[in-house]
Design a protein around this ligand. Structure first.
Ligand SMILES: *[C@@H]1O[C@H](CO)[C@@H](O)[C@H](O)[C@H]1NC(C)=O
Length: 169
C-alpha cells in the first residue's frame, strides 16, 4: 500500500459524509465504509512521505511507502535539490526529530549551481509539497498546518458538492 492511495481514500471520505446529508440515509450501505486499514501504533503517531533521493516530487510521492514514523520522531522533513532553472535533481523525505529540523532554509552552492532547500512540518502526511524558496523552506508546526489543511478541505467539499448536485439533477 502506498501513501498516494491512502490520500486518495482520504479525499473520498468527505463525499461519504456529504452524501449522507444529501441523500436519504437508507440508500447508504455503511458496511461498505471501511475503517482505517491499520490501527495507530501509539498516541500521536503519524506518517510522512518517505523517499530517498527521488528524481522529483512526483516520483517521491508516487512511490513513497505507507508506514508509521518511529516514536522518537515528531516531524516530516523534506530535502529538495534543484538547478538554477528550478529543475529538481533530488527529493528526499523522511520522519525527523526536532534536532534535524533545525536546518530548514535554502542554501545556494555556487560551485555546482545547485540550491538545496530543507523544510519540516508537523502532522499526518504533511510533507506533500517540496520547498523551493525561503518562503516555503520553513519549520511549520501544527497551528500553521491546520489552516492550510482547512482551506484544502474547503476546496474538496466545494468540488464534491458540485459532483453530488450533478448526480442528483
Ligand atoms: C516561493 O515558491 C512558491 C511556490 O513555488 C511561490 O508561490 C512563491 O511565490 C515563492 N516566493 C518567493 C518569495 O519567491
Amino acid at each position: 500500500m502506498f501513501l498516494f492511495y491512502h490520500m486518495l481514500a482520504g479525499a473520498f471520505l468527505p463525499f461519504l459524509i456529504l452524501s449522507g446529508k444529501w441523500v436519504s440515509a437508507e440508500n447508504i450501505n455503511f458496511y461498505n465504509v471501511r475503517p482505517p486499514l491499520d490501527p495507530t501504533p501509539f498516541p500521536n503517531s503519524f506518517k510522512c512521505f518517505t523517499c530517498d533521493n527521488a528524481a522529483d516530487n512526483y516520483n517521491c510521492n508516487r512511490w513513497a511507502e505507507d508506514r508509521w514514523c518511529p516514536e522518537s520522531t515528531q516531524y516530516c522533513l523534506t530535502v529538495h535539490l534543484f538547478t538554477d532553472h528550478g529543475k529538481s535533481t533530488s527529493v528526499t523525505k523522511k520522519c525527523a526529530t526536532r534536532e534535524e529540523c533545525h536546518f530548514v532554509g535554502c542554501h545556494h552552492h555556487r560551485e555546482s549551481g545547485h540550491t538545496e532547500c530543507v523544510s519540516c512540518c508537523e502532522g499526518m502526511i504533511c510533507n506533500v509539497e517540496i520547498p523551493t524558496n525561503h518562503t516555503n523552506a520553513v519549520f511549520a508546526v501544527l497551528h500553521a498546518r491546520r489552516t492550510s489543511a482547512g482551506s484544502r478541505r474547503t476546496v474538496n467539499v466545494a468540488v464534491l458538492v458540485l459532483v453530488v448536485m450533478m448526480v442528483l439533477s
